[in-house]
Design a protein around this ligand. Structure first.
Ligand code: SAH
Ligand code: SF4
Length: 367
């Protein structure tokens, strides 16, 4: 298979057929290097060298769902469950603002304790801090999504996880794929910036199926796409699955998504760093432009265990903030001190500090 031709086509047209994407995802290391380089070029031209930071607050580890891959699933009786109270969430957000974050992401399991009124009250308080708010709290009704939006929420993250409906319904018992699609549609209608994404390396998942995920992202024109390598959690039914190849696949998926959706936001996910010590930097060099450092404090960090081996569970938010900036600078990129909406770079809102020119000098791989 001539990967170079496929990559050239993707760069020139921002579109590939399903079979072509699947072929590209199966490329060898040399193909992956070429793909990553092309994605890095497209990233630089369309979203620049700045990296957007989002401060992640994991406010509840209770979940009513039972996703087979996730350590927070309700049947995991060994999971440590906690929920922060409203005041703590607002305090963590205020500290995030003091560390220079412009956005906070409020994430949790699907915890019914936090009804719409409670979430809206928290949103309203955090908005007073002039922070952009992203929610990642699962499937809700149209009315609930509407209430959060009216209270001031700006963005919502809800991964489709996989577009293989049969696989989805096997892995997410009691959940319906159609309802997840309904949620994503409602969020768009309500004017959120919508992030979706999928897991890479799920048992039973094929490159064809992942190619379908990528086409789904493009068809729906999502504003942000998060790709997580699947990491088996021992206290789940998928605990014995391996992780072989998941990191490499996730990296390729990010790169292909960047080629087909040049101006969107793509996070270098934390799960990447669990599988590889330089995982987030490699993601940033393969198409990603966002990092979501943890701003949750104390033991809660380790209790919020979607997958094992989570990084930085012993660090403080301040340590994470400075560590990530040093890492970002080490690859010639810089933290962009703006809210980081899709299109900000093209609108001239770069927020980039001094060393942006370092990366601008290099980086063409001939496409
Ligand atoms: N409950 C919300 C948000 C928290 S879960 C929701 O499900 O949308 C956030 C993400 O964690 C999920 O979308 C899933 O893709 C990811 N995740 C769960 N278990 C994982 C695992 N074992 N490995 C990697 N990512 C995982
Ligand atoms: Fe709950 Fe989200 Fe984990 Fe599913 S992925 S069990 S909804 S926290």
């Amino acid at each position: 298979m001539d990967y170079k031709n496929l990559i050239e086509k993707a760069v020139a047209t921002q579109s590939l057929e399903r079979g072509e994407i699947a072929a590209l995802l199966s490329c060898d290391a040399a193909g992956a290097a070429l793909l990553g380089c092309a994605a890095d070029d497209v990233r630089k031209k369309n979203v620049g060298d700045g990296v957007y930071l989002r401060g992640l607050i994991e406010f509840s580890s209770y979940c009513r769902q039972n996703c087979m891959y996730c350590g927070l699933r309700r049947d995991n009786k060994k999971a440590a469950r906690y929920r922060l109270d409203a005041q703590q969430i607002i305090e963590f957000a205020a500290k995030a603002r003091d560390y220079g974050y412009k956005t906070v992401v409020l994430q949790s399991g699907e915890d019914c304790f936090f009804d719409a009124d409670k979430i809206c009250a928290v949103i309203k308080e955090i908005k007073k801090l002039d922070l952009t708010i992203t929610l990642s709290i699962g499937e809700k009704t149209f009315e609930e999504y509407q209430a959060y939006k009216l209270a001031g929420a700006d963005r919502y993250l809800l991964r489709i996880e996989t577009t293989d409906k049969k696989l989805y319904e096997e892995l997410d018992p009691g959940m319906s794929w159609d309802n997840r699609v309904r949620c994503l549609g409602d969020l768009k209608k309500l004017g959120y910036e919508v992030g979706s994404g999928s897991l890479a390396g799920l048992p039973g998942q094929t490159f064809e199926s992942i190619a379908g995920d990528i086409l789904f992202f493009k068809e729906n024109n999502f504003d942000m796409i998060g790709i997580g390598p699947f990491i088996p959690h021992p206290e789940t039914p998928l605990g014995n699955a391996g992780t072989s190849g998941n990191f490499e696949t996730a990296l390729k998926v990010m790169a292909v998504v960047r080629l087909l959706m040049p101006d969107i936001n793509i996070p270098a996910t934390t799960a990447m760093e669990t599988l590889h010590p330089q995982g987030r930097l490699l993601a940033l060099q393969n198409g990603a432009n966002v990092v979501m450092p943890n701003v949750t404090e104390g033991d809660y960090r380790k209790f919020y265990e979607l997958y094992p081996g989570k990084i930085c569970t012993g660090e403080s938010p301040a340590q994470c903030r400075y560590c990530i900036e040093a890492k970002i600078n080490s690859i010639g990129r810089s933290v962009a001190l703006v809210k980081g909406f899709r299109g900000d770079f093209k609108r001239g809102e770069t927020g980039c500090a001094v060393n942006a020119h370092v990366a601008s000098a290099g980086g063409s791989c001939g496409f």
